[in-house]
Write a protein that binds this ligand. Structure first.
Ligand code: ADP
Ligand code: ADP
Length: 235
């Protein structure tokens, strides 16, 4: 029972191969981290997972929640915190509430709710990350750490079983990063949400992750848990 199962994944931009047969599995309920140098292909892998890059029969297979990606119809079970998620909102006159609510309609309105239920779900997601006092605030008026928590609430609003995060704390200060990790750890340990997180932050790994995967030369190497500290300098 895996939340994510990737087998023999290959991908090239033009003639430049980025993924060369990557394998990865994330059992349900685990916290898995993905590390790798800049340009290793981490974002490419995430884009493939989310169906944003084409997956043909020839470049391996991806399963989400035990379903082939092509047939996958459980997008409401997947929460996503993108890298630089604030980029599109910098000068966007949207409130915290509006941003979180919009995600109820993602993937072409697959999961619509009525007005009252909607409000409830948004409020609940904001409470989960401690941002409910800021519901009406414009997103641009918040600090970087608060914005990041709103993006986490946006990912949580559909009550996902799998949370995918792409370097969620880049540009966030140490204190807010720790708070952010504390929250994700809680969702994983207490609520059983499976987490797959791309990170540059090696310090967090031994505290957080059950499994660490290292994307290197287009393939995936599983980092031995006990030896995680030794991968410094290699990434
Ligand atoms: P990472 O997320 O690990 O930093 P990426 O997946 O963003 O790596 O990129 C992997 C490699 O593919 C890099 O060399 C990057 O420059 C290249 N790349 C990424 N996106 C594109 C694209 N749209 N077109 C061409 N090359 C790309
Ligand atoms: P990341 O931080 O994930 O490595 P980048 O900053 O490298 O992302 O890339 C930002 C955007 O530019 C992405 O959408 C990526 O696909 C695209 N991109 C990256 N490298 C190239 C490239 N060599 N040619 C074209 N597009 C690229």
């Amino acid at each position: 029972m895996n939340a994510i199962e990737i087998k023999g994944l290959t991908f090239s931009y033009g003639n430049t191969p980025v993924l060369k047969g990557a394998d990865l599995s994330v059992p349900k309920g685990r916290f898995a981290a993905l590390i790798g140098a800049n340009g290793a292909g981490k974002s490419t892998l995430i884009k493939m997972l989310l169906g944003e890059l084409p997956l043909t029969g020839e470049n391996g297979s991806i399963e989400l929640m035990d379903q082939e990606l092509k047939q996958f119809d459980g997008w409401s079970q997947v929460g996503y915190v993108p890298q630089n998620g604030m980029a599109g909102y910098k000068d966007f006159p949207a409130s915290v509430e509006e941003i979180v609510k919009a995600n109820l309609y993602s993937r072409i309105g697959l999961f619509r709710f009525g007005g009252k239920k909607e409000k409830e779900l948004v409020h609940q997601a904001l409470c989960q990350v401690g941002m409910e006092p800021f519901e009406k605030r414009l997103i641009g008026k918040l600090s970087g750490g608060q914005q990041q928590r709103v993006l986490l609430a946006r990912a949580l609003v559909n009550q996902p079983k799998l949370l995918i995060l792409d370097e969620p704390t880049s540009g966030v200060d140490k204190e807010n990063t720790e708070e952010f990790y504390r929250l994700i750890k809680k969702f994983n340990r207490e609520d059983g949400v499976t987490v797959f997180m791309v990170t540059h932050d090696r310090n967090c790994l031994s505290e957080l992750a059950d499994d660490v995967w290292h994307l290197h030369n287009g393939t995936m190497i599983r980092v031995n848990f006990e030896r995680k500290g030794e991968c410094d300098g290699d990434i």
